[in-house]
Design a protein around this ligand. Sequence first.
Ligand SMILES: [Zn+2]
Length: 404
Amino acid sequence: MHDTDLMQLALCLVPPWMVKECIFDADRRRLDIEIDFAKGDRFACPSCGTADCPVHDTSMQEWRHLDFFQHQAFLHARVPRVRCDDCGVKQITVPWARAGSGFTLLFEALVMTLVTAMPVRAAARLVGCHDTRLWRILHYWVEAARKRADFADVRNVAIDETAARRGHDYITLFVDIDRRRVLHVADGKDAGTVAAFADDLEAHGGDASRIKEVCIDMSAAFIKGVGENLTEAEITFDKFHAVKLVNDAVDKVRRDEVRQRPELRRSRYLWLKNKHRLSAGQSTQLASLSAMNLKTARAYHLRLAFQDIYAEPSRAWGQFVLERWCSWARRCRLEPMKHVALTIMRHRDGILRWFDSRIANGLIEGINSLIQAAKAKARGYRSTRNLKAITYLIAGKLDLKLPT
Ligand SMILES: [Zn+2]
């Protein structure tokens, strides 16, 4: 068998395309394969599909292909423009590559597999390419898969923001709770992010008026955005955020008190963590502090009582205990606790909605940490566009339909 025949089979080329020549250069560690068609061969029009259009002219192109053992491999071919009676002169698409890519489809499939598992920069080093070329491949496949994504059955959505770049800049994630996938990533964390999500939902066969349940924190921007754009949705305020607000108030009480009570120094962790997370020594320390007549200890008991509300058997019980808790907190003479009680009271419908919806943002926190871990491994991204593409790639459950 000739090496050209072997390559013909290995590349799965079909007529009129055939392997014309293989040049292997061991010193330059590369294999160049020239593909061609015969004089007089005709091609289908890429616009209308009319078969047997004559070749108008050709231009030489090169594509990086999968490595040949330890050697880089390249395909070369003169790509014809055909003359179609209806469409005029059109450049055809070769079966082994996308127009304008410079890589074969199989090479792109390899790149997509690599960048799902490692930072783009590391993948670029591995294949010996500049990383901007790999980003271009990544954006193409992610965008193509996102275009096909179907949001028709989305009913329950969790919304939360995450840091895009150090300190400033946020993106907001919209997550399908039932299918555990990122549907949409929006710039910023204002009410406009929800409008952008509603538009994107409809662009993918979804319907904003069919969203039934939404889980958000108590930010005014999200409340406004949901009210204006997801008009049929019931709001559940995420219970982790609610507990965190109460926790923050406890810490404020402690920071105010620490000046008079030095024994409170370095005790922040004890009051904020759940009891079962504390070591034996920490538990003893917490017990002895709790027994002292401390404002922080009173605030702490309020926090424990708040958390217990979620263990009530029904919404009715939850409401009863929540209202009792709020009146207790309002009379406790600890300003931060009184203040948080007012906030909780103002948002009680959404807090109590949890008893019916049972949704929380735990899922989205998990996705957030995946994204932040990828970001840290990549030592940040050059642009928010890159961060978004990576988010869709690792958490969007996209069907990339990679060539095999
Ligand atoms: Zn045509």
